[in-house]
Write a protein that binds this ligand. Sequence first.
Ligand SMILES: Cc1cc2nc3c(=O)[nH]c(=O)nc-3n(C[C@H](O)[C@H](O)[C@H](O)COP(=O)(O)OP(=O)(O)OC[C@H]3O[C@@H](n4cnc5c(N)ncnc54)[C@H](O)[C@@H]3O)c2cc1C
Length: 367
Amino acid sequence: MTHAAQPAGTDDRIDQLIRDTLAPQVEAIDQGLYPGDFMRALGSLGGFGAALPLEASGLGGDLPAQIDIIARVARTCGSTSFLTWCQATCAWYLHRSDNQAVKDRYLQAIASGRLLAGTGMSNAVKHLAGIERINLRGHREGDGYRISGALPWVSNLGPDHLLIVAAALDEGGYVMFAVPPGADGLTLRACPTFAGLEGSGTYGVRLKDLFVPPQDVLSGPEGFDAYVQGFKPGFLLMQIGMGAGLVQASLDTIHATNQRLQHVNSYLDDQEGDLERDLQQLVARTRELALQGRDAPLLSVLRARALGSELSLRATQSAALHAGAAGYLMSSPAQRRLREALFVAIVTPALKHLRKEIHALEQRQAA
Ligand SMILES: Cc1cc2nc3c(=O)[nH]c(=O)nc-3n(C[C@H](O)[C@H](O)[C@H](O)COP(=O)(O)OP(=O)(O)OC[C@H]3O[C@@H](n4cnc5c(N)ncnc54)[C@H](O)[C@@H]3O)c2cc1C
């Protein structure tokens, strides 16, 4: 799909980069290689700033264009599509911040991939949904904040990467801020081996008496709720790109295996036509919501995000069953995508978290 607002040929150049640079590395990424070269090259083509204005090193397009880029990456590598989401989401947070100083410092570098960045917001997002206690805490100090605490898993990190997180303040309210590479008080710790996403640059993060100067603050306690409500639809809708790409890739597998095995594959659930129809509906719905920006009704956005997880699980399982023993080889993308789809359904907001929020909103609307 070509997007009217972005420079001609961008989609083709991104597809070529995915084919030439990402596709040959997919198995190595699954086993732990962090695709830094691909991420920087994707950034130079505008792959993290499709929805950002040109002056922010963006492509001047819209959110559906960014979701489409994440889906294109996911069709080849689900793990790297999560990194693309992390980076595009950090650019999205910065773009939406009212603090010009933090934008001036980091937005162009992140949108263009010169500086890679992780978003450690799962804990805060779950905390705000009443699921768990907040892990980072701090207090005001002069014109900045002093913060301590730890997060077990944050991806798209490395020694030269930026981190964006949020903390609760002793005096009440929350602050969301950037932690530049090598900041005093920041430590990254290696994680245990995961079932997938091994090449996602995922670390445990510890902050010990970290000082956050005012120029690193994305939102202080005053505007925090409105700021989170403003970026949340984009945060969620961009994640659907990860699922949509995995479903498309699963359809490719199903189509290819059906050339030989249609006579027996036809007895499986979730046939090619069913999944294709459900994918088209999900993509159309996501696009419609993404064009509404911050006015998109949260309940509809949460439902679409949940559908993205459910459809990814169904499609990757169906593709593995269509592929049979060939899909069970470690070299087959079918088994890798099952693990990647599981991640789409457990990364915050996990399917259980989405259903909790959907239930709460439905109850509120019914009352
Ligand atoms: C590969 C990978 C990459 C991730 N990348 C990011 C990221 O970039 N940014 C981000 O903010 N979050 C990241 N997460 C966290 C993720 O988004 C979820 O918050 C996390 O999976 C916990 O969700 P849950 O539904 O399992 O929590 P729940 O089931 O509600 O579990 C409760 C809490 O227990 C903690 N917990 C459970 N088991 C362990 C354990 N073995 N070690 C430490 N803590 C544990 C978890 O922190 C969890 O929040 C990542 C997780 C994984 C597995």
